[in-house]
Write a protein that binds this ligand. Sequence first.
Ligand code: GLN
Length: 442
Amino acid sequence: VQAEDVYESVLDRINQKDKQINAYVTIFDEFEENPTGGILKNLPIAIKDNMHIEGKRTTCSSKILNNFIAIFDATAVKKLEENGAVFIGKTNLDEFAMGSSTETSYFGTTKNPWDTARIPGGSSGGSAAAVACGEAIAALGSDTGGSIRQPASFCGVVGLKPTYGRVSRYGLVAFASSLDQIGPITRDVEDAAILMNIISGHDEHDSTSAFVDVPDFTQYLNQDIKGMKIGFYDKTLQDCDSDVQKAMDESIKILKNLGCEIESVDLPSAKYAVSDYYIIAPAEASSNLARYDGVKYGFRADEYKDLKDMYLKTRSEGFGDEVKRRIMLGTYVLSSGYYDAYYLKAQKLRGLIKQDFDKAFEKFDCIISPTTPTEAFKVGEKADKPLQMYLSDIFTIPANLTAIPAISIPNGLSDNGLPLGLQIMANAFREDVIFKVASAFE
Ligand code: GLN
């Protein structure tokens, strides 16, 4: 098969489906051969539209960056390119990656390919939907509180959030810098390992990227996992739908049959993770988003009286409701009168959650849980219920707060025939354990 034919066939698929699915913000409909001839062999990969590809638009699905053209490649993008990838488009997301359903995008909701009355999850909903319905061979997403794993779970694909620092964040538009990580969304675990081999490693452009060796992750696939000690994070299971609980029972049976020892794990502070996240993430976001003021780049309001009025109108018109909610929340918790009461407390709590996990990993090789408490919900179902929406991340947020790697792999179907996900978390820089256990399910 010629490289161009693969590209054309994926493009055909996009032309057939994307009017309905809306996985893409921008589609690159010209095949530009990549002459490097690397392992990715001109395979068309999709990039979440909060990462830069030089010369292409990066919108973050926001009106405020609607017209922004990237002037450099994100490191992860560049590394894919150096290994032979070609890019087929930029995928839709919740505005600035704030959301769990892709409904806050300025470019409209992405639909779940399994049932287009439902959301694909978010914020990397476009990437997950594209991979799920063959509109891309693989994709990159970003995960601040679950944005790779939750949509992967809802769309029946594999999504990995690497250890914080494993993958460079250079060229990823910052949402909450201490939580954001780029990771792969793929059809199977092997593809995730291949992409991780490529995108991982220290980068001088990102001071938070780690000086840690990158092993060949594919060597951990399909190995014996007998004797592995696995903690089952079951404490929040009462918040899950019954079919999610049943799916967990099934995966525990599989692991036991493979010779693993499974025990309930106690993470007493983890139940506060969502509350903790909604202080820390908005705080960082309010600071990161201060740069969108209409002066240097992006959207600027048409009419204004003076500079202050220009800022006000640009930001009022340029940002959507969820982004504004987070900026206000973040500004509040960082303000001098409330910093100690909220932000500082939240940082302390983050430390306690980390201690819980450190302790758990003294005993367990990895920790499993459902990825989400429910199947994919209906479009509009939670759109005006932000607190309910926030709860769809109860299982995914702890990994971001503690900087550990976590994967979501397909875990059977719900009673409605929709995909469910199994989450596997391991200690920092132990993606090897994740690949061992995840590949045992395939
Ligand atoms: N759903 C979470 C939020 O709205 C996480 C988003 C993300 O990981 N980018 O913030």
